[in-house]
Design a protein around this ligand. Structure first.
Ligand SMILES: [Ca+2]
Ligand SMILES: [Ca+2]
Ligand SMILES: [Ca+2]
Ligand SMILES: [Ca+2]
Length: 284
């Protein structure tokens, strides 16, 4: 294993041709300067902070395809059956990043294990569909995926079809090993705002004065995750004393006090990178 890693640590020139984030993940489409096999592509994705992309839904696949065009050709993705031969059983292919999504989109008559085909590529950018091919074959393109992270923190903007109150949102974030997001600085705020979309225009954040009344003093509000940052960005100077929680508004990037029992269809979780990123199993 160490020999393999050393071998693949030779860094290749790589630059994401296009990248974007959706649904808690960021995707990068890379075109190396020479054709590379699956393992080197995965190694490059680790250097980027992620893994070869595991595609978890049709919506996610469409989003990834929207980042490229027909000139991209076939691209490596993170699905494989290197450890357990799946043969022609698509559902037995697994994801390098640990995703347990059952979504598979193999093209007609694929996977067919024609020879020893254990790695998966996007067949064609325009036509769609996946194909199992030998891991040692090479492609001029690969797609990486990673959580939305900045410095040591990772973020997820989560939307629900029905609204949740502040406490429920906090519980959901804790289940993921995080907390409703704290915002330490204008830079971090901008980073989070970039993750929000039209369907996530007002989202719960971790700021509150539920334990004691902060009154009109913005500095007396605290972050649920214990962050002591003093950055404050309330929409109004005056904070409504009866509204003990807060949402981040995408419209103007400010924080708006809200009744903790109100419900919003969006909340933002934040966690330490090492808790939030799924452990990679890397053995060859
Ligand atoms: Ca095999
Ligand atoms: Ca196989
Ligand atoms: Ca095949
Ligand atoms: Ca209050």
């Amino acid at each position: 294993m160490s020999n393999v890693l050393t071998k693949y640590k030779i860094r290749l020139t790589q630059s994401a041709i296009n990248q974007g984030c959706q649904g808690g993940y960021c995707f990068g489409v890379f075109k190396p300067d020479r054709a590379i096999n699956w393992a080197i592509a995965q190694s490059n994705c680790i250097s980027w902070g992620g893994d070869l992309a595991s595609i978890r839904s049709m919506g996610e696949e469409k989003y990834i395809l929207s980042l490229g065009n027909s000139s991209y050709g076939s691209c490596w993705i993170g699905h494989h059956d290197r450890y357990n031969e799946a043969g022609e059983n698509a559902t037995l292919f697994v994801s390098v990043g640990g995703s347990t999504s059952s979504y598979r989109n193999f093209y007609i008559n694929e996977p067919n294990q024609s020879g020893n085909e254990d790695c998966v590529m996007l067949r064609d950018w325009d036509e769609g569909g996946w194909r199992d091919v030998p891991c040692d074959s090479t492609n001029m393109c690969y797609v990486c995926g990673k959580p939305n992270c900045r410095e040591d923190s990772c973020f997820e903007v989560l939307t629900r079809s029905t609204g949740v109150d502040w406490e429920s949102a906090q519980s959901q974030c804790e289940l993921k090993g995080g907390s409703l997001a704290s915002i330490s600085s204008e830079l971090e705020e901008k980073f989070i705002l970039n993750l929000m979309t039209d369907s996530s225009s007002q989202c719960w954040i971790g700021l509150n004065d539920r334990d004691r009344e902060a009154g009109l003093n913005p500095n007396d509000y605290t972050w649920e995750d214990g962050n002591n940052a003093i950055y404050r960005h309330f929409r109004d100077e005056v904070v409504n004393t009866y509204r003990d929680c807060a949402v981040l508004s995408r419209e103007d990037g400010t924080w708006v006090s809200a009744d903790c029992n109100d419900t919003y269809t969006c909340y933002i979780c934040k966690g330490a990178g090492n808790l939030y990123i799924i452990l990679r199993i890397w053995s060859m």
